[in-house]
Design a protein around this ligand. Structure first.
Ligand code: ZN
Length: 181
């Protein structure tokens, strides 16, 4: 039996914190994860991470800036793995795109897929927040689909109605508890 992935609800306060992180990191990408009760339908806590790609000394891809990628540091990866065994595991991994577009790049898909290509690297959904210099543009949530053998978009929000002049992001316009309608 296949079950269609259900988007986890992201409370306003949590989403706002992610947006603030994305704004802080701009023009680099921020990254981290959102945790919540193991069998719950929403996330409750933001765990911010260091984007190792912001370091010019990153050994893997020194020619690429953080504008195009994010890489968790080893301590963060360790914590991420540890969280999976707790009552409040990581449920969503998030990162931002400073080009204002919310999508999973080929690199993103590679990072989020198990090295054997037979499932997700982690049992989590993937949130991508697209921002530009002024505002939140759009956000999209992805999850692994066995049928597609890859990540599929399960919810998307965006459009002019989400912008507030002060916050540049009005979480209430995103559907109250950000339940992804
Ligand atoms: Zn990305």
């Amino acid at each position: 039996m296949t079950t269609k992935p259900t988007p986890l609800a992201i409370p306003d306060s949590v989403f706002e914190e992610v947006y603030r992180e994305a704004r802080r990191a701009f023009p680099f990408e921020c990254c981290g994860w959102l945790s919540g009760a193991r069998d719950g339908t929403s996330v409750t806590v933001v765990r911010k991470c260091v984007n190792a790609q912001e370091s010019v000394t990153h050994p893997m891809t020194p020619e690429r800036g953080a504008e195009t990628a994010y890489v968790f540091t080893s301590p963060d990866l360790l914590d991420l793995n540890r969280s999976l065994d707790t009552a409040e595991p990581a449920r969503i991994i998030y990162h931002s795109h400073p080009n204002g577009q919310a999508y999973l790049s080929e690199t993103d898909r590679g990072v989020a897929t198990s090295p054997w290509g037979d499932g997700p690297a982690y049992p989590v959904q993937q949130l991508v927040v697209g921002i530009d210099a002024q505002r939140l543009v759009e956000a999209s949530l992805f999850d692994w689909s066995d049928e597609e053998n890859g990540f599929v978009e399960i919810s998307r929000d965006g459009g002019p109605q989400v912008y507030s002049p002060t916050l540049h992001c009005d979480p209430h316009a995103w559907g109250g508890s950000h339940s992804w309608g």
